[in-house]
Design a protein around this ligand. Structure first.
Ligand code: FES
Length: 106
């Protein structure tokens, strides 16, 4: 299991035990964070799984594909160097200690 800190829209933070091989979005949803709507189910077409990645872990994440980048840059809440779509990140052991904050919906 991979420990990930998740902060919801109300600013409440909870540590979850994320399952490797599932997306970060699935892990956040499986831990009852309803603020993350993820309405397209992980098809990279809705931007409602947007999170901000804290600290220096952002640079270590797998690179973004173009479609993720385009969706994020269309969001009013996009932050360069922090924003990611959590459905596009498959959790692995290197992500232990990751801290993410759920972004407001676009
Ligand atoms: S769940 Fe829709 S883009 Fe991630």
């Amino acid at each position: 299991m991979v420990k990930v800190s998740v902060t919801n829209l109300a600013g409440q933070t909870r540590m979850i035990e994320a399952e490797e091989g599932l997306s970060l979005m699935e892990n956040i949803r499986n831990n009852d964070f309803d603020d993350l709507a993820a309405i397209c189910g992980g098809c990279c077409s809705c931007c409602t799984c947007h999170v901000y990645v804290g600290g220096d872990k952002y640079a270590d994440l797998p690179a973004m594909e173009d479609d993720e980048q385009y969706l994020l840059e269309d969001s009013d809440h996009y932050r360069d160097g922090s924003s990611r779509l959590s459905c596009q990140i498959e959790v692995d052991g290197s992500m232990d200690g990751l801290a993410v904050t759920i972004a407001p919906e676009a």
